[in-house]
Design a protein around this ligand. Structure first.
Ligand SMILES: *Cc1c(COP(=O)(O)O)cnc(C)c1O
Length: 400
């Protein structure tokens, strides 16, 4: 038996990515988009922890126009994987990144004149005319040129021979809450810019404003393209936004029970002795902790074992936490535990964990750490996936 240092068994805790469900989610999203409205699949941060290359391939097979990322490194990783689709880099670029963007056909957002000037020089030097998307700040006050003086920058870009204005975009500060007042104000400001552009004969192919929340709840803001992240991963951005039946989470987090302890009354559990048994209890050890991205909670939260809920006792440690399985007597060593996801009729949602973390679903998805191996599930429905394959395990260190 060869015991290669790169072919060892993976640890008994992992992330499962259901690429078939990702495909179904994309199909459901596409079905709701009027023809002519393009989909930009947002795959920043390793596709919210789902694996950027896998997600990008499925999204492009399902008709996405292009991919949104936020760092040059993310863009280069997709290019290195052979992905040739349009890439839109969100955020701002340092001047030294621009030659790589131009050389590898990575489209950037222009938020200010200095970036337009620098990019135009780089493009001219490489004998290229490159597409750009101009970002309009309609009230979020993160990136972008203010709506009330955007037209000068748009005209300026129009005057630069090595730049081609392909897109105009903005971003909602709040799109998934019941109150759409501010979203409507932002849309009106965006429309004001578009109106002035039309008056001055400034043409643009793609006008886009919506993230998942906007796609669901603000159909009058769909324009020519929507930028979808979290919804494609099967997670609704808020509790109140519109639902689409059939959209389900793509990611689950699982582990295997790595130990069992029998407690007598008065015994304690974990650092700081934060839990004391009042009666005879049976405790199972889940080998996953806050260093994997699980919240560092104490005596709250649950996991699923044998499709039943087992409460966490004591505090979550760096590499493990303990759950009470007294009421699930069939539990054995190495049984499967669902930390996030479904088991039988029970489910622990991304939002449940977000609540424990005092944060939002986005942070939970992005917060699982690379030391959790990522296993891809699919049934071989697609050209690039081997027929009949069921479970493939991502390489160790396939980082988020
Ligand atoms: C992350 C991001 C999105 C995607 O947002 P979701 O709510 O995940 O759909 C869209 N646009 C921009 C500018 C983003 O940064």
């Amino acid at each position: 038996m060869q015991l290669e240092s790169n072919a060892f068994p993976s640890r008994p805790a992992w992330i499962e990515i259901d690429l078939d469900q990702l495909r179904r989610n994309l199909q459901l999203i596409r079905r709701e988009l009027p023809s002519g409205v393009q989909l930009l699949a947002v795959v920043k941060d390793e596709a919210y922890g789902h694996g950027a290359v896998d997600v990008a391939r499925v999204a492009l097979e399902e008709g996405a126009w292009g991919l949104g990322v936020s760092t040059l490194e993310e863009a280069m990783a997709l290019r290195d994987a052979g992905i040739r689709a349009p890439l839109l880099l969100l955020g701002e670029r340092q001047p030294e990144e621009l030659p790589w963007c131009v050389a590898h056909n990575v489209t950037i957002c222009i938020n200010q004149p200095s970036t337009a000037i620098a990019l135009a020089k780089v493009a001219a030097r490489q004998n290229k005319c490159v597409p750009v998307h101009i970002k309009i700040n309609t009230g979020m006050n993160r990136y972008g040129v203010r709506w009330d003086n955007a037209i000068e920058l748009i005209e300026f870009i129009g005057s630069l021979k090595s730049l081609h204005l392909e897109g105009v975009l903005s971003h909602f500060a709040q799109s998934d809450e019941a109150d759409k007042t501010f979203a409507n104000l932002q849309t009106a400001r965006f429309n004001q810019v578009l109106g002035t552009m039309a008056e001055r004969g400034l043409r643009v192919q793609y006008r886009h404003m919506c993230n998942s929340g906007g796609f669901l709840d603000l159909p009058h803001a769909h324009f020519d393209m929507v930028r979808i992240g979290i919804l494609m991963y099967g997670v609704f951005p808020s509790a109140v936004c519109r639902r689409i039946a059939g959209i389900q989470p793509v990611m689950s987090v699982k582990a295997r029970i790595a130990g069992l302890q029998n407690l007598n009354p008065g015994d304690v559990v974990g650092y700081g002795m934060r839990y004391t048994a009042r009666s005879h209890r049976r405790i199972a050890i889940v080998p996953l902790g806050y260093a994997d991205g699980y919240p560092r909670i104490v005596n709250q939260g649950h996991v699923l074992i044998h499709a039943k809920r087992a409460p966490i006792v004591g505090g979550v440690t760096m590499d493990a936490f303990m759950v009470d399985v007294t009421d699930i007597p069939e539990v054995r060593l190495w049984d499967e535990v669902v930390v996030m996801g479904r088991q039988g009729a029970e489910q622990i949602t991304v939002h449940d964990i977000a609540r424990l973390k005092n944060s939002v679903s986005y942070d939970v998805l992005a917060g699982w750490r690379p030391r959790l191996p990522r296993k891809r599930l699919f049934t071989g429905l697609t050209p690039h996936q081997a027929q009949g394959a069921t479970v493939l395990e991502g390489a160790h260190g396939t980082g988020q």
